[in-house]
Design a protein around this ligand. Sequence first.
Ligand code: C5P
Length: 404
Amino acid sequence: MEAGNNLLLGVTGGIAAYKSVELARLFRKAGLNVRVVMTDAATRFVTPMTFQAITGEAVRVDLFDPMHEAAMGHIELARWADHFLIAPASADFLARMANGLADDLLSTLCLVSTAPVSVAPAMNVNMWKHAATRKNIELLADRGVRILGPAVGEQACGDSGPGRMPEAAEIVSALMYSSAEGVFGGKKVMLTAGPTREAVDPVRFISNRSSGRMGFALAEAFAREGAEVVLVSGPVSLDTPPGVERIDVVSAQQMHDAVFDNLSGVDLFVGCAAVADYRPEHPSGQKIKKNANRMELSLVRNPDILAEVAALDNGPFTFGFAAETGALEENAKAKLVGKGLHMIAANLVGEGLGFDVEENALQVLWPGGETKLPMQDKKSLARALVGIVAQQYSNHLHQQGGSV
Ligand code: C5P
């Protein structure tokens, strides 16, 4: 969005509605024309008069309001909008939106409008984590709705976790100061994902429990933010996310070669694959027979793909992962520094943790800072991670004198 655009701001019923007053003010200050539509529940938290005073425009609540409909009908109002933002978006409103209901003015506008839609969910942490909300969010994201947040932290109800509406300034910068196609519009992102398989003989291999879910979710989240995405994947049973170019490989050496053959023009490199550190030195051309009581396998080191990319002169921004069974922060910091990365996400792995499961929790570190992302499904984790990468990448470019 840019100054002069028309923004339709939908406000639904939640305590975070008070933050939307500041949001409307900041959008006005940034030169946007803002019209506010509130649900009935939203008016219990903030009065329409407050938004009217801030935006200089009459606020609409009722679908069947003859006076407003005569001035600008709801179809015209939907057409007027260049962008549609619903903040806060309550669990109930997201459910109604996901199901295509049109039982009040705001939900009707959601069906009529063809403008890009963003939502800033805000609700209690358990409501956010509920399977029904998860499903609704995925449905909306699949339909191209941009999900902003939620932020993690203390909630008005006393609970703590994901569910807070992001601060007004963060929402404004996410929508105003990124290119029209998303935060990573015009950028090329390469990711590695999944395990690698190191052949012992034609039928046996050494591998690990990585499912590839985190890397695939990240590839999807980057593509949704407008990036051109190349995903170099080990053997996994996952569908390629929409808009993502996929290169399938089997071994670490093949992954290494695929990465370096396609690295030209890559702005960000994300090493999410669980690359085997060692491979059998002399894989047998024939199936090995069980003739002896003991067998020894000699292994040699595989190349460290991420470290090699990070060591390139004028190479891409590098973001790696550290899967650890203990001393999480210490090991992650050692890898951040040792491999010369810009950012690392660390998680604990082991029985039911990290690998081959739907949910994960991450500690994200960069030189001079860190943040924690609590246990959540890998798709919402991926969206949160892409937001953090955007901030760190933008700092990195500013240090180099460019912009995201
Ligand atoms: O195995 P390690 O803990 O060092 O992995 C940390 C990071 O390095 C991960 O992001 C992984 O994808 C990457 N890596 C790699 N090539 C290897 C080993 C690890 O790219 N051979």
